[in-house]
Design a protein around this ligand. Structure first.
Ligand code: PGA
Length: 256
C-alpha cells in the first residue's frame, strides 16, 4: 500500500505561463540566490517553466544552481513543418529538464484531448526529459460529483503505459482552483490524491508508489504548508505565485 515505500523527493514547479519579459529573469536569479544562501538545503527540487524565449538565458543564469528549468508545452513530433510549434528535442537542446503537458489552459484553448496529451508525454520521454502531466476536473464536473471519475479517466488516458517515477510527474489541478484564489479543502485534496495514488500503483506497481503527484491551483505562501503536507501531495505546480521571487520562496519555505 501507499506509504510503505520510500517517499519521493517533492518537486515545486513554477509555471510562468505567458508572462515574463527579460526583466523577469531577475526573479529566477533571486530564487536561486536565496536558496544558495540558506544554511540547510531545501528538501524539495525546484523547477521554473518560463516562456520558451527565456529558456536559454535561464540556463546561463541558473548555471551551478540546483534550480532547474523547463517548458510549458511541446509538439508531439521531434522536428518538421509545424510553424509556431516547438519540440521536446529543441527544448532539451536549450537545457530544459522537464516539460508540462496537458495543462487545462492548453486543453481549453487548443482543444488538446487526452490522446494528444499522451502523445506529447511520449515526445517528452523520447527527448529524455520529465513530463509533468496535468489533470483536473472543472467546476461543473465537481458539482455533479464526478471529480474522481474525471480525474482517474484523464489519468488513464493521458499517462502512457511504461511511465516511470523518473520520467513522469502527475499534477492534479482542479480547473476551478486555477488563478481564482479558491482551493479544495485538505480533505478533498487527500481524497483525490489518494485515488490518483491507488490508480498509479495499480498501473505501475512499485513505480506508482513513488511517482510524484503535485497539487496545483492557487497555491500561495499562506496555504502552501498546509497543502504540501497532505498525504500523497509530493509538491506543487504554481502559477501566479511563481512570478515573484518572494512569493515563490514563501511557498518553498514549506520544505525549508
Ligand atoms: P495558479 O495556477 O497558481 O495561478 O492558480 C496554477 C497552474 O495553472 O498551474
Amino acid at each position: 500500500m501507499a506509504g510503505e515505500e520510500k517517499r519521493p523527493r517533492p518537486l515545486v514547479a513554477g509555471n510562468w505561463k505567458m508572462n515574463g519579459l527579460r526583466g523577469a529573469l531577475a526573479e529566477a536569479k533571486a530564487v536561486a540566490d536565496a536558496l544558495a544562501a540558506q544554511p540547510m538545503p531545501l528538501a524539495a527540487n525546484v523547477l521554473i517553466c518560463p516562456p520558451a524565449t527565456l529558456i536559454m538565458v535561464m540556463a546561463e543564469i541558473l548555471r551551478g544552481s540546483p534550480v532547474m528549468f523547463g517548458a510549458q508545452d511541446c509538439h508531439r513530433a521531434a522536428s518538421g513543418a509545424h510553424t509556431g510549434d516547438i519540440s521536446a528535442e529543441i527544448l532539451a537542446d536549450a537545457g530544459a529538464s522537464a516539460i508540462v503537458v496537458g495543462h487545462s489552459e492548453r486543453r481549453a484553448d487548443h482543444g488538446e484531448t487526452d490522446a494528444v496529451v499522451r502523445a506529447k508525454q511520449a515526445a517528452v520521454h523520447r527527448a529524455g526529459l520529465t513530463a509533468i502531466v496535468c489533470i483536473g476536473e472543472t467546476a461543473g464536473q465537481r458539482l455533479a460529483g464526478q471529480t474522481l471519475d474525471v480525474v482517474v479517466r484523464q489519468l488513464d488516458r493521458s499517462v502512457a503505459d511504461g511511465s516511470t517515477a523518473a520520467n513522469t510527474v502527475v499534477a492534479y489541478e482542479p480547473v476551478w482552483a486555477i488563478g481564482t484564489g479558491l482551493t479544495p479543502t485538505v480533505g478533498d485534496v487527500a481524497l483525490v490524491h489518494g485515488a490518483i495514488r491507488d490508480r498509479l500503483v495499480e498501473r505501475f506497481g512499485k513505480e506508482g508508489h513513488v511517482m510524484r503527484i503535485l497539487y496545483g491551483g492557487s497555491v500561495k505562501p499562506q496555504n502552501a504548508r498546509e497543502l504540501m503536507h497532505v498525504a500523497n501531495v509530493d509538491g506543487a505546480l504554481v502559477g501566479g505565485a511563481s512570478l515573484k521571487a518572494a512569493d515563490f520562496l514563501g511557498i518553498l519555505a514549506a520544505y525549508g
